[in-house]
Design a protein around this ligand. Structure first.
Ligand code: UD1
Length: 423
């Protein structure tokens, strides 16, 4: 049974929203907790389908888990892949992060190759090249990847592209390699810094995280750690844009403005009033929105995970905007859904041209992936009339309490189970 949203647009958003812990930081940190047989405590872990799936995998691999009040207590006395691990792993690309941890702790690991997904092919060649440089042997057969090593040895690894997942996998494996690993052209996202912070609390020595060169001194004994996950910058950015699209004025609490630097700069360039406080952001929608030129890039560049939401926002700006996607090869699937709502967008290769319309018209639209869902929600909030958004399970993967948070700001949003909706 699939749920859908009905959103009646045209109501401004006002009030305060508390930002949840970061999904993309929680997932690798939970995996990193497997690197020791001790107990770790991770707090501010959001209730999301992706987190739930990851916890099921950790449990299938032998970890004991408790999850209450956003706090996960995890202890993996020994690791052994079993049961439904492979079934869960196939459904989520982040499952491949388990490879670095399995290799480091057990000397071997076997996982399904993550398939492509709606936004692109998303191979794991960079993960595997890095693990091979550390001394792992890799075999790929019938969609399964088996990795093993008698001993991992620190070395210099230069990534062809600063992949977030590859950086995380390699850092985790390198904490258990003998000697120093230097990772060049590493991803520098805040979630990498949070992972390094957790690993260092476990006793690892990871330096340079957040810059393109990360050093890992391997072979140090790792123990349990207590950690609170950073706020979700993409969730925060999504609410900022929702407030601008719907009109109104909101305050975001428990946010790190520095993590949203480019998003804030782009909003200001479009005419939005953004004020920064300590752990807080204030956003006020302007009367008129100016068009923008945006190109996505690895951090500290413009985040690809905010690209669809900006398209939805700029669709009603006063002029022509241009967005180029450089990180994923197929991240414009949602454009045709926005066009069903009246948007005027032309695609040409990795670039879209957005000609501003007056306002969105309600329609029945379908979510193709997580951030596409965020874009359609933003469009619906700004449309006059009721929009039906189908396949919202994608949104459940990455937005905690979305309808409650939006309702709290004054949005008219209902979740309806498909069977009931058909009656
Ligand atoms: C992570 C985020 C995702 C975000 C993305 C880019 C998580 C759980 N997900 O995904 O929300 O959109 O970073 O900021 O943290 N690539 C290769 N070979 C590889 C690995 C990646 O070619 O071995 C390519 C991918 O196909 C993609 C690009 O590199 O085109 C970026 O991927 P990557 O940075 O690895 O993203 P993820 O870690 O999957």
């Amino acid at each position: 049974m699939e749920d859908k949203y009905f959103i009646e647009g045209g109501h401004s958003l006002n009030g305060t929203v508390v930002v949840s812990g970061s999904k993309n930081a929680s997932l690798p940190i939970l995996v990193a907790s497997l690197l020791t047989s001790d107990r770790s405590v991770v707090s501010r872990v959001p209730y999301l389908a992706d987190v739930d799936n990851m916890l099921k995998m950790l449990s299938e691999i032998g970890a004991q888990i408790s999850y209450q009040d956003h706090q996960v207590i995890v202890q993996a006395r020994e690791l052994q892949a079993r049961g439904q691990l492979f079934q869960f792993a196939k459904t989520m690309r982040a499952s491949f992060l388990l490879m670095g941890a399995l290799l480091a702790r057990n000397g071997s690991g076997c996982l399904p190759l993550p398939g492509g997904c709606a936004i692109g092919a998303r191979p794991v060649n960079l993960h595997l090249k890095g693990l091979a440089r550390l001394g792992a042997e890799i075999e790929i057969d019938k969609g399964m990847v088996a990795v093993s090593a008698k001993r991992l040895r620190g070395c210099e690894i230069c990534l062809d592209f600063p992949s977030v997942g590859a950086t995380e996998n390699i850092i985790m494996a390198a904490t258990c390699a003998q000697g120093i690993t230097t990772l060049v052209n590493a991803a520098a996202e805040p979630e990498i810094v949070d992972l390094a912070c957790f690993l260092n609390q476990m006793g690892a020595r990871v330096t340079g995280a957040g810059s393109p060169v990360v050093q890992i001194e391997g072979g140090r004994p790792l123990h349990g750690a207590v950690h609170s996950v950073i706020p979700d910058r993409i969730e925060a950015g999504t609410y900022m844009l929702a407030a601008v699209a719907a009109g109104g004025q909101i305050k975001l609490k428990q946010v790190i403005p520095e993590h949203l630097r480019v998003v804030i700069d782009k909003l200001r360039e479009a005419g939005v009033d953004v004020d920064e406080g300590t752990g807080e952001l204030f956003v006020q929608a302007p009367r008129d929105l100016s068009p923008l030129i945006i190109a996505t890039a690895p951090h500290p560049g413009f985040p690809t995970d905010m690209q669809p939401q900006f398209t939805a926002l700029l669709a009603t700006a006063g002029g022509t905007s241009r967005i180029t996607e450089t990180v994923f090869e197929n991240r414009f699937l949602y454009v045709q859904e926005l066009c069903r709502m009246g948007a005027c967008i032309e695609s040409s290769g990795d670039t879209i041209i957005i000609r501003g319309i007056k306002s969105f018209k309600p329609a029945q639209v379908k979510v193709t992936d997580l951030r596409a869902g965020a874009a359609l929600t933003i469009a619906a909030l700004g449309a006059w009339g009721e929009t039906e958004i189908d396949c919202i399970y994608h949104l459940d993967r990455g937005y905690e309490d979305l309808e409650d948070k939006l309702s709290g700001l004054g949005a008219r949003i209902r979740r309806v189970a498909e069977q009931a909706a058909n009656l």
